[in-house]
Ligand binder design. Structure first.
Ligand code: DX5
Ligand code: ZN
Length: 216
């Protein structure tokens, strides 16, 4: 499968997000990962649909919106209108079939995510519900710059084999949190093909080289 790199703008300088997204495109990123936090599902507040709308005209890269929010159903329309290409909702926060129906009704790609403490089996139904992507958190959601939780590798392996078993070997599996040039090979070997990287990309001296190295 093609490896896609999705740098998270959470790690970027919020005083110049426009410059950051144009730099990401120039440097070969595949998606712009947008970490939306509401101060409820996770303690911090980051940004919402208004930010996505602001970014939209400045890049042709798909906007990969990860909603760490309670009641995501009340925000789907706003994110779709703002220009989200992929919307990811937490299995811990909503009823996946209902949300997938809502997301798809706007012509947006639908994705589900599980937290580190959630058993991987909880995301299996989303694969059967026609997910376009599934995300496995490899840190506790809420903050960038945390350390990768190694137990995530087993979850990715189990998810990849489940997808193959049900004839969904095409399904993108994204991994998010603590990804470095050192551990990226392991997550790809486990079966992930969409790699979120915040700190690793934005703290590097040469984003183009870092993105190329993450892709392998
Ligand atoms: C955590 C976010 C991640 C995070 C990744 O809640 O979902 O996307 O920004 O950041 P790094 O790559 O710095 O761990
Ligand atoms: Zn994220």
């Amino acid at each position: 499968m093609d490896i896609k790199i999705a740098p998270s703008i959470l790690a970027s300088d919020f005083s110049c997000v426009k410059e950051s997204v144009t730099a990401l495109e120039r440097c070969g990123a595949d998606y712009v990962h947008c970490d939306v936090m509401d101060g409820n599902f996770v303690p911090p507040i980051t940004f919402g649909a208004q930010m996505v709308k602001g970014i939209r005209p400045h890049t042709s890269l798909p906007l990969d919106c990860h909603l760490m929010v309670l009641h995501p159903e009340t925000h789907i329309e706003d994110f779709a209108r703002a220009g989200a290409d992929i919307i990811t909702v937490h299995v811990e926060a909503c009823d996946i079939p209902k949300l997938f129906g809502q997301i798809a009704s706007h012509g947006v790609k639908k994705s589900a995510v599980i937290n580190p403490e959630t058993p991987v089996e909880k995301i299996f139904p989303a694969a059967e519900e026609g997910a376009d992507m599934l995300l496995v958190m490899s840190v506790h959601p809420g903050w960038g710059g945390q350390k990768f939780i190694p137990e995530t590798l087993k979850k990715i392996e189990k998810l990849r084999s489940f997808c193959e078993k049900i004839g969904r070997s095409d399904l993108d599996i994204e991994v998010d949190g603590g990804i470095t040039e050192e551990n990226v090979r392991d997550v790809i070997a486990a079966g992930a093909n969409v790699i979120v990287a915040g700190s690793t990309v934005f703290r590097s001296r040469d984003m183009a080289k870092t993105i190329a190295r993450l892709r392998g």
